[in-house]
Design a binder for this molecule. Sequence first.
Ligand SMILES: [Zn+2]
Length: 442
Amino acid sequence: MAHCDTLISAPWCITMDPPGTVLEEHAVAITDGRIEAVLPQAEARDSFEPGQRVDRPGHVLLPGLINAHTHAAMALFRGFGDDLPLEAWLKTRIWPAEQQWASAEFVRDGTALAIVEMLRSGTTCFSDQYFFPEVVARTAADMQIRAVVATPVVDFPTNWAAAANEYLEKAADLVHDPYAGHPLISTAYAPHSTYSLSDESFRTLRVMADQLDVPVQIHLHETAREVRDAIADTGMRPLERLRELGLVNRSLLAVHAVHVDTAEIELMAETGVAVAHCPRSNLKLASGIAPAAALREGGVTVAVGTDGPASNNVLDMLKELEAAALVAKVSTGDAAALTARDALAMATIDGARALGIADRTGSITPGKWADLVTVDLATPNSQPVYDPVSQIVYTARAEQVADVWTSGRLRLDRGQLLDVDAASIVSRANEWQQQIAAGTRT
Ligand SMILES: [Zn+2]
C-alpha cells in the first residue's frame, strides 16, 4: 500500500483529460499538493493508504473552474452604476470613483471579498487586472487561491502610477520579479486597451514583457464603437494596430473579442492569440455577443471570464459558462453550437491554456496541482443525472459547490470556507459601501 495525503471518491469524475471525459466510480489520490493518480475506486482501496479519505456520494468531482478575466477588487463597486453603456459607465461612474477610492486598502478588501465569492462558487484560479496588483498577488497567495496577476498599464495617471513607464517598471519590481516561480501566482502585463496606450508605450511594453517572459492581456474589440473610433483615430482596427506593433502572437490574450470578423478569427488562430469570452458582462453592457463557437471552430483557444463584478455583477463561473452556452446558441440560431462539453472545457482546460498555465492546472491529470471541486448533484434541481456535464452547465448553482481544493489544500469543506474570516471581510465591504455612497457625487 502506498501512502497518499488525500483520496477523494465520487460517483462521477470529469477529468477534462481529454475534454469531456467522465469516469464513473473513480478516485483521485493527492500527494504533496499534486494529483498522484486517477483510478477506479476498487483499485484505489487496494493501492492507497490515505492520510485523509473524502467520500462524496451523489457528487461530481471536476477540475476547479478558471475565471480567465476579472477585476476582483471592483467587488466593492458591485451594483454601483448599473444600466449604462460601457463608455458612459466608465467615464461617469467607474473612473471617477476609482480616482477617489482606489487604494491599497480598497484593493485588499475588494479582492478578499471577491476571493470568498469565487472559492464558494468553485473557482480555483482567476486572472485579474487591477491597480495595486502587488496587493492582489499578496491577497490571493494569503487566501490560497491560484491567480494570474496581470499588472495594469495606461498612459494616464491613476492612484497607482503616473505614466506608462512607471506602470511597467513598478509592476516588474513589485509583481513580476518577486512572484517569478511562485507556486500559486503567475503574472502578466495588462495594457487596458488600444485606446489607452500610445504606440511608444506599446513598444516599451513589448520589450519589457519579452525580457521578463510574461504574457500580455488586453481588452480588445469589446464594442463596435471601440473599433469605429480606432479606425477614425489610427486608420486601423485595434487588432491590426497590435499586429503592426508586434504584439499579435501566442503570448496575447484578447479579452472580449466581441466584434471580430472572419479574417480576424483566422489571424488569431494562425498566430495563437487566445480569447477570454465574458458573455454576461457583454450582455449587461450591451456590447454584443462574441462569436465563441466560430472562434473555437476556427482553432482559437477560448476561455471564459466573468469580467469585473461591477459589470456582471457576480463572480460565479457556473452562471458564466451557462451564459456562454446559451448566447452561442441564440446568436448563431443553432442549438448545437457550443455544447455543455465545450462550455466546461472553456472554463477549465482551455482557460488554463489561454492563461499559459495548462502545465499546472485545468484538468485532473497526474502531475498537475490538485485544483479540484466537488458539486452536489443530489439536489432536486439537478436530479436525475443522465449526464453530469450537462448538470454542471445547465442546472448547478453556486450553493451546490461542496468542496474546493487548491494545490491539494482544502479551502471549502462541504460548503464551509476554511481559514478565512468571511464575516469580517463582508463587514469591511459594508464599511466601504457606506463611505462610497456618502462621498461620491452622482
Ligand atoms: Zn475587463
